[in-house]
Design a protein around this ligand. Structure first.
Ligand code: MG
Length: 157
């Protein structure tokens, strides 16, 4: 049986934080703020995977009020989500995502992000697609106040 999942996340861009997307540190004057390392891409992928498995959302599994997750690398959260899927004998068919970032330009990092996440998930690079786009200068996203990510996945039982 094939199951679909979607995920979404948004984090504010602030001074004094590292910008981490897909577990990759990206040079930029600001980073994403949050309880963990605020890796919005991994969070959206986690939610897509949890959604496909009908396992709720990332906030239920890793509450942002829990000290254990303060400053945690989201790579660890992704690994735990993957373990939850494996336990239920669900395997990832493919994942597609869209990063909406007015800045920085992510074209130079997309391949690195893709190979990092596919390695973490144990899937082929051809099973993961990462798209990046600006918000055409519109709204808060367009004014570099935040980065948002959408993710979709198919998993197979
Ligand atoms: Mg998040």
């Amino acid at each position: 049986m094939i199951r679909i999942g979607i995920g979404y996340d948004i984090h504010r861009l602030v001074k004094g934080r590292k910008l981490i997307l897909g577990g990759v540190a990206i040079p930029y004057s600001k980073g994403l703020s949050g309880h963990s390392d605020a890796d919005a891409l991994i969070h959206a992928i986690c939610d897509a995977l949890l959604g496909a498995a009908a396992l709720g959302d990332i906030g239920e599994h890793f509450p942002d009020t829990d000290k254990r997750y303060e400053g945690i690398s989201s790579v660890k959260l992704l690994t735990r989500v993957l373990a939850l899927l494996k336990k239920r004998k669900l395997s990832i068919n493919n994942i597609d995502c869209i990063i909406i970032a007015q800045e920085p330009k992510l074209i130079l990092y997309k391949n690195q992000i893709r190979s990092n996440i596919s390695r973490l998930l144990g899937i082929k690079e051809s099973c993961l697609n990462v798209k990046a786009k600006t918000n055409e200068g519109l709204g808060e996203l367009g004014k570099q106040k935040a980065i948002a990510v959408y993710a979709a996945c198919l998993v197979e039982a």
